[in-house]
Design a protein around this ligand. Structure first.
Ligand SMILES: [Mg+2]
Ligand SMILES: [Zn+2]
Length: 97
């Protein structure tokens, strides 16, 4: 599934409630899911990791919808190379460690 299609799916599924809740409270849910992802990674169970990666991505996508950000458009800056060094295989390790 394309990123744009996933964003549209989340929009169709949840947008009414998401807009009522707003960005600030949606962000709290997002951070809760980030915490669950941290626990899943620490726990090492593959199925649980998949679930929590999906939850984080869904809440990130909800935030993008509430804030009117097109994610597929937003990630374009990565499709022509690393935003830091411009290379397809990043060579800015020194800056990122
Ligand atoms: Mg979760
Ligand atoms: Zn780079």
């Amino acid at each position: 599934m394309r990123i744009r299609d996933f964003q549209q799916l989340i929009e169709t599924m949840y947008s009414r409630r998401d807009r009522q809740r707003g960005a600030a409270r949606s962000f709290l849910w997002f951070t809760e899911e980030v915490g669950e992802l941290a626990s899943a990674i620490a726990g090492g169970n593959q199925h649980n990791k998949e679930e929590e990666f999906a939850d984080v991505l869904a809440w990130l996508t909800t935030l993008a919808n509430v804030e009117g950000v097109d994610l597929e458009q937003a990630i374009r800056k990565f499709t022509e190379g690393c935003p830091g060094c411009g290379q397809m295989a990043c060579v800015c390790e020194a800056k990122m460690t």
